[in-house]
Design a binder for this molecule. Structure first.
Ligand SMILES: [Zn+2]
Length: 137
């Protein structure tokens, strides 16, 4: 029996929701919103050894990631009374945005360096207008 694959990558994702209580910094009104996030995890099982360990590890990672995101991150939900958004929510929202930014950068690095090209197209060669207006013979 021949195996052509030498390992397996386990990826897992876990979705969760947390009810977040907020007290408005401006008017003191208390309100709640639902924070929904997805945690991700991955682990490799080289040569198919330790497959169950890798599967469990990726699940634990995604659970841990989910808990961290639900704790650290926030949505920009304004106060229903005065429309104020607490700084705490803005910071939490930015943490989520920054995470995506880092993920994008990491993916790009794997693709290799991208070359910077000039945004300006080459100028038209001189005399092109002459060609167009030259009378036909
Ligand atoms: Zn308010």
């Amino acid at each position: 029996m021949v195996h052509f694959y030498f390992g397996k990558r386990f990826e897992s994702a876990r979705a969760g929701v947390r009810l977040v209580g907020v007290q408005c910094d401006k008017c003191g009104r208390k309100y709640f919103y639902q924070l929904a996030r997805v945690g991700t995890g991955s682990a490799d099982a080289p040569y198919y050894l330790g497959r169950s360990a890798a599967a469990i590890s990726s699940q634990e990672q995604s659970q841990h990631d989910l808990e961290k995101r639900l704790t650290d991150e926030a949505e920009l939900v304004p106060c229903p009374k005065c429309n104020w958004i607490n700084d705490e929510l803005v910071r939490g929202y930015r943490r989520g945005r920054f995470r995506r930014f880092l993920a994008t950068r990491a993916n790009r690095r794997e693709d290799g360096e991208s070359r910077v090209t000039s945004p300006h197209p080459d100028p038209l060669p001189e005399g092109e207008g002459d060609l167009r207006t030259r009378p036909e013979t």
